[in-house]
Design a protein around this ligand. Structure first.
Ligand code: SF4
Ligand code: SF4
Length: 384
């Protein structure tokens, strides 16, 4: 297994499951299950034991490995700079080895089968790929400056479609020149790669690159931080040469073009850093810049923010496989409690997956009367 040389070097100090203040639990898998084996150090030792044939590849072992939300907290906070950058790579290699051994949990197998068969995990026909644009009057991509890439969540998930329409509407309001490709693009593959199915990721990416190149795309605005991460960091190794931006990175500098209503109510907003925009790509400011420029919004910070943010639990395919589950200790539920404690009336997400995860958590916590989850573009659109 790739990166197995680092597994024995972990001495289980446990810093990797904490944020910078060492007070809270910041590994979503450990937070949900509270067994050391679910922590980053624990999974290092489990993998070592499996490779040494001291434990079998049981159902439980596979569930532990695939429960990692790839949030990157362990990479940020592991005590050992010599190998911490390789922690997630080792976990991904472990999942890849389990997939090769036919030991993936059923939910993971179902997710990958749907992506393999349909190019997206919703099992939706490509004929439905332009449905999200209903009523939007988006222009087909030709010679505009940017392509807007909605990915599978924005294209097929009902809530994701709302967010995609909201972002596209705001791009128009800000005068950004963009078009959309109505031909079937596949999933970006970010979570397929994170789950350990690298060959399928490469297949998805190669098909997308072929279509993007046919359209002579040069600059891309993504809806999701997951797409942003894949297209920006992983596609270049497969021959892609695009400038890639998350939508907040473009709009943060175009907010001056937007006219706001003069009678907006004052509201307190806490921003939830999405892992694939924040820790994975160190952009903690674009969405905050957008929110700060909206009249009437007071931005407050949760205790855990920026590189110490608590993940919503949707990464690493968990949004689709739900291996982490939504129990009382789930990170999304802990996160919405934290937002209420910070005095926020609105919890702002800059990712359609985070929005869905946190909205479900607000319902599960019966906090609807205290806090609302909204996507950043929706917060802005409502105040035009
Ligand atoms: S901080 Fe690093 S060395 Fe310590 S338990 Fe976590 S992975 Fe192991
Ligand atoms: S990436 Fe996040 S969920 Fe996965 S082991 Fe590290 S801290 Fe836990």
């Amino acid at each position: 297994m790739e990166h197995e040389d680092i597994l024995h070097r972990c001495f289980r100090c446990g810093y990797c499951k904490l944020p910078g203040n060492y007070v809270d639990i910041n590994c979503p898998a450990y937070l949900s299950f509270r067994f050391e084996t679910y922590s980053p150090g624990g999974r290092m030792w489990l993998l070592r034991a499996w490779l040494d044939e001291k434990i079998p590849a049981s159902k439980r072992f596979a569930e532990i490995m695939f429960s990692c939300a790839t949030c990157g907290n362990c990479v940020e906070h592991c005590a050992f700079p010599e190998f911490r950058d390789r922690l997630l790579l080792a976990f991904t290699a472990g999942k890849e080895a389990l997939l090769d051994a036919g030991q993936a949990p059923p939910a993971v197998r179902d997710y990958l089968t749907k992506v393999q068969l349909h190019g997206n995990p919703y099992g939706k026909s490509v004929k439905k790929s332009s449905q999200w644009m209903d009523g939007l009057e988006a222009e087909p991509f030709s010679d505009q400056e940017y392509l807007f890439f909605a990915d599978d969540v924005g294209t097929y998930d009902p809530r994701g479609q709302e967010v995609a329409r909201s972002v596209a509407t705001l791009l128009k309001q800000a005068g950004i020149s963009f078009g959309v490709i109505t031909e079937a693009l596949n999933s970006d593959g970010n979570d397929v790669k994170a789950i350990g199915e690298t060959p399928l990721f490469e297949e998805l990416a190669a098909k997308n690159i072929k279509i993007l190149n046919q359209f002579n795309v040069k600059k891309i605005i993504t809806l999701s931080p997951h797409s942003f991460n894949a297209l920006k960091n992983d596609y270049p190794a497969l021959g892609a040469q695009y400038q890639v931006f998350h939508y907040t990175q473009v709009l943060a500098f175009a907010m001056g073009n937007i006219n706001f209503s003069s009678d907006n109510e004052d509201v307190t907003v806490a921003y939830h850093d999405p892992c694939y925009l924040g820790r994975h790509n160190t952009d903690y400011e674009s969405a905050r810049m957008m929110l700060r420029s909206v009249p009437g919004i007071t931005l407050v910070e949760m205790d855990r923010n920026r590189k110490n943010a608590l993940c919503c639990g949707g990464g690493g395919g968990n949004f689709f496989t739900d291996i982490l589950s939504g129990g009382d200790g789930s990170s999304a539920r802990v996160r919405v409690r934290e937002a209420v404690e910070a005095g926020a009336q609105i919890l702002a997400a800059a990712c359609p997956m985070c929005a869905v995860m946190l909205e479900d958590a607000v319902k599960a916590e019966n906090l609807d009367s205290k806090i609302q989850v909204q996507e950043v573009s929706e917060i802005v659109n409502q105040r035009l």
